[in-house]
Design a protein around this ligand. Structure first.
Ligand code: NAD
Length: 498
């Protein structure tokens, strides 16, 4: 069995804490690795390496830094198949979906290659007599990222690519459930010419996270994961004076208007509801048909599609989706299906009995579909993170809009309609961070920002796009007078440019 490592100061370092967790291969249900769980001292070693390497990296001009990112892109392309295979085996998603996971990260690395332009400050010539004012963007120093299991390539790259491009050094604490790809990314970046110590990976659990939160040399923390932990990381990180942004859980609705193209809507719901076994923060988990006729028609079309979903091992290129990430995740999601039945929702398709032939120990669950779900049910209120779609019937458009707005989460939402007025009104009034109009998974492209509202995010700035440059830099503003020899005597009033 493989024993994984940390990656500190440009080399693999064996775990020294004596604590490990099991790494699983979800498609077979076998343990394939032991993942070391870092102690406070191991986290400190990573931070010290980062701190020592950071000043020289920050002093490297942005164009040279960008060239290292460009070389990293070439290596990501060279090793794309290998990365996708490892990712799929450790996470459970299909290889095609794993390639999408990598690609979405690649797009943010591409964005970060524009760092010479992105870090430019502002300049005002002649703001006062002989006075120019300009602003500088400078890196923060050592920053850290704590990431979830469900996008082990994309989310680490969303964090470290802009941070490193800005001249920071980075300590990544990936999910302990699938840390192999993050370790491979660190190796590739080093091969691309990144100096040792600029990207470190420490594997671990709460102990490592707490060590990062309390470390006085870490200036900023970017977290992605469940809402309870996001809230904890935000509070503790802010209490120690850091800049913190935390992205949490979701319950994404897709509103189906009576005039929607039903073929397109059903395809969208099937892909966005069940792709990656529903383990996406932008998965659609609630469909909201407007009007009984729309709801009946939607259910009539959805049921056979959910029943005929093709579930398979991650290596099966014809599978729609693979297993869940762990046995615990499977039990949790199954528990929600049992709960939904108890709460009185109609289980129109029951995937609980699904068994994958030849892979009986894998963590598979058939697609589940609930009708007549109501807003008071836990099935509706809580994030399930599995292949379970709930249909909540709304009487009117206003009811559908209120449903989205009243939910505690506000990550993504979509409306399917041919009515431009309705779509525009929805985008303007819905209390959610990312909105799709006839697009079921509206993850913004890399040069826009990604982030939810309400209890789906804590902090002021979003991920990737221009906000990532703001998050990973701080601004200095210089007021300069040239020629310097102008003498206008001592002044005891606040200087103005008037
Ligand atoms: P998680 O909260 O269990 O873990 C996230 C990270 O926090 C991991 O690195 C983990 O090691 C660490 N962690 C876990 N327990 C901790 C504790 N008690 N104290 C400190 N750190 C702890 O999340 P997950 O199961 O890996 O990922 C799924 C969740 O992530 C879902 O809720 C999903 O919606 C969310 N997610 C959100 C976004 C977004 O951008 N909003 C994107 C992807 C995933």
């Amino acid at each position: 069995m493989k024993e994984l490592t940390h990656f500190i100061g440009g080399r693999h370092v064996a775990g020294a804490s004596g604590r490990f967790t099991e790494g699983w291969q979800p498609m077979t249900g076998e343990q394939i690795s032991r993942v070391p769980l870092a102690s406070k001292a191991e986290v400190r070693a990573a931070v010290e390496n980062a701190k020592a390497a950071q000043p020289a990296w920050a002093a490297t001009n942005p164009q040279r830094r960008a060239r290292v990112l460009m070389k990293f892109l070439q290596l990501l392309e060279r090793d794309n198949d290998k990365l996708a295979e490892v990712l799929a085996r450790e996470h459970g998603k299909t290889i095609a979906d794993a390639k999408g996971d990598i690609q979405r990260g690649v797009e943010v690395v591409e964005f970060a290659c524009g760092i010479p332009h992105l870090m430019k400050g502002e300049f005002t010539d002649g703001a006062g007599p002989n006075i120019d004012v300009y602003s500088l963007r400078q890196p923060l120093g050592v920053v850290a990222g704590i990431t979830p299991f469900n996008f082990p390539a994309m989310i680490p790259m969303w964090k470290f690519a802009p941070a490193i491009a800005c001249g920071n050094a980075f300590v990544l604490k990936p999910s302990e459930r699938d840390p192999s790809v993050p370790l491979m990314l660190a190796e590739l970046f080093l091969e691309a010419g990144l100096p040792p110590g600029i990207l470190n990976v420490v594997n671990g659990d709460k102990e490592a996270v707490d060590a990062l939160l309390d470390d006085p040399d870490i200036q900023a923390i970017g977290f992605v994961g469940s809402t309870a932990i996001a809230e904890y990381v935000y509070a503790r990180g802010c209490a120690t004076g850091k800049r913190v942004q935390c992205f949490g859980g979701a319950k994404n609705h897709l509103v189906v208007m009576p005039d929607a193209d039903m073929d397109q809507t059903v395809d969208a719901l099937i892909g966005a509801g069940y792709g990656s076994a529903g383990e996406r923060c932008m998965a659609v988990s609630v469909a909201v048909p407007v009007g009984e006729k729309t709801a009946d028609e939607l259910m009539r079309r959805l049921i056979p599609r959910v029943e005929s979903l093709k579930i398979g091992p991650s290596t099966d290129s014809s599978a729609d989706y693979g297993p869940l990430v762990t046995a615990q995740a499977l039990e949790r999601v199954r528990g929600y299906v049992d709960l939904g039945v108890k709460e009185g929702a109609t289980l129109a398709v029951d995937g609980r009995g699904f068994k994958m032939q030849g892979y009986e120990k894998g963590f598979y669950l058939g697609g589940c579909l609930f009708d007549h779900v109501t807003p008071d049910m836990r099935l509706y209120k809580e994030e399930i993170f599995g292949p379970v779609l709930s249909v909540v019937r709304a009487k009117t458009y206003e009811d559908a809009l209120s449903l989205c707005n009243d939910h505690e989460y506000g990550n993504g939402v979509a409306i399917f309609t041919r009515d431009g007025d309705a779509a525009r009104d929805f985008a303007a009034r819905v209390q959610v961070g990312m909105i799709g109009v006839n697009v079921p998974i509206p993850v913004p492209i890399a040069y826009y920002t990604f982030g939810g509202w309400k209890r789906s995010a804590f902090g002021d700035l979003n991920q990737h796009g221009p906000d990532s440059i703001r998050f990973y830099t701080r601004t200095k503003t210089v007021t300069a007078r040239w020629p310097s020899g102008v003498k206008d005597g001592a002044s005891f009033v606040i200087p103005t440019m008037g």
